[in-house]
Structure formats: C-alpha cells, structure tokens
Design a protein around this ligand. Structure first.
Ligand code: 3PG
Length: 211
C-alpha cells in the first residue's frame, strides 16, 4: 500500500505533543486499541525524536511520523529515529525535496492555490490543509478541489468529533489531522482509556460516514 492509500484507510492522523518519553508507548497503544494505527509526533518538545524512536522500535503496528517539521535537519533526525512520514505546517521546498530523495512520504501544509501548485510541481499528491478552520474549512476544500482534483487534503486544525463527518465525507479528503483524540490533559493524566474511547469513536464516525 502507498502512503496515501494507508492514510486514507485509517482516515485520521492524531497530532501528538509529548513532554515525556515514558508516555510514548502507552499513548501509542491506547490509540491502536481504539483502531488508530497512525500518529504524528510533533517536533515541539525536546523528547519528540526519542518518542518516535521508542514507538518505531517497540510498536511496529503503529505508523509513526514526525510533525511540525520545519527544516531538513529535523526531517533527517526524525527519519533517523524511525519516522515513517514527515508533516510540516507549511511548504519548505528543501525539506520536501530531501524527503522525496529519500523515499519518505511528506505532507507539507498548503492553503493557497499557489502553494498547492508548488506542491504539485514537486510531485506531491497529498497536502496538509492547515489551519483548516481558519482558512475556510470544508468550504475551502470543496472550492480548491475543483481545479486541483488530483490532490488529496489532510485538513488539520479545528477538526473535532462534531465536524469530522463533514471533512471525511468529501472525496478530496485523504484523512483528517487533529489533537482531540489525545488531548494534552488526557496525556498528562495518563487517561489512556479515554484516549482509546475517543479514538474508537473517531474511527466509528469515519467508517459510518464512508459506508
Ligand atoms: C496542531 O498543529 O496543533 C494541529 O493543527 C492540531 O490542531 P487541533 O488541536 O485544532 O486539532
């Protein structure tokens, strides 16, 4: 399966912020138990690379990637630790080219037609649409998918249980990104059961919407 087929099959990429490497394994297992086998660990904390390393080594069923990747050196570090894909809030051409040269799926953030055209010219088929709620949400994706029918979007930012269905119901949406299934406080409180419950509910909505 290609990256875009895999990410479509799951339908959701949790955006994870981890402050302690000890939380990496229980969190990844809680997501898996809820049916989510994708996660993006953001390079916003010191331990992000170590969290990626431990998950990629110990939980092979989980496809773990790195998020908030701003440059080539972070991409190289993440991939060296086992990241299977790279997500960026915006489009850094050098980072995209490095990933493509190294056969690493890369999903840069785009919101304007010009940015999407840049992504297409680099050979990409999936882009992040971020911050989705601020830049017009599903209405904007519908408008952008007219000229860019070959592109699939990963809307992220402001996606939640309440609007998940409207995003997933659109054929130009590969999957959604979001932090609502693994909120900061739930991680802090080690509320793994809640994370599993939120994950399985998200998967249920995705399946129901697509069926
Ligand atoms: C982020 O970068 O934090 C993501 O866009 C997550 O957004 P969310 O918290 O609104 O899901």
């Amino acid at each position: 399966m290609t990256f875009s087929e895999k990410v479509f099959a799951t339908g959701i990429v949790p955006v994870v912020v981890l402050n302690n490497v000890e939380d990496a394994l229980p969190l990844s297992k809680a997501l898996l138990k809820g049916g989510i086998d994708f996660m993006e660990i953001t390079f916003r904390t010191e331990c992000a690379a170590d969290c990626i390393e431990v998950i990629s080594r110990e939980v092979p069923e989980m496809t773990v990637g790195a998020g908030t990747v701003l440059n080539v050196s972070q991409a190289r570090l993440a991939v060296g630790k086992g990241a299977k894909f790279i997500v960026s809030p915006g489009l850094d051409e050098e980072t995209v080219r490095w990933c493509l040269d190294n056969d690493i799926p890369v999903v840069p953030g785009t919101v304007t037609p010009t940015e999407i055209m840049k992504a297409i010219s680099l050979g990409l088929k999936v882009v992040k649409f971020f911050p989705a709620d601020v830049y017009g949400g599903i209405k904007a994706i519908k408008a952008l998918s007219a000229p860019f029918g070959q592109i699939k979007f990963l809307p992220t930012g402001g996606v939640s249980e309440s609007n998940l269905g409207e995003f997933i119901g659109n054929k130009s949406v590969a999957a959604v990104g979001g932090s609502w299934v693994c909120k900061k406080d739930d991680i802090l409180n080690h509320d793994w059961d809640k994370i599993t419950a939120l994950s399985s509910n998200a998967i249920k909505i995705i399946k129901e919407t697509r069926s």
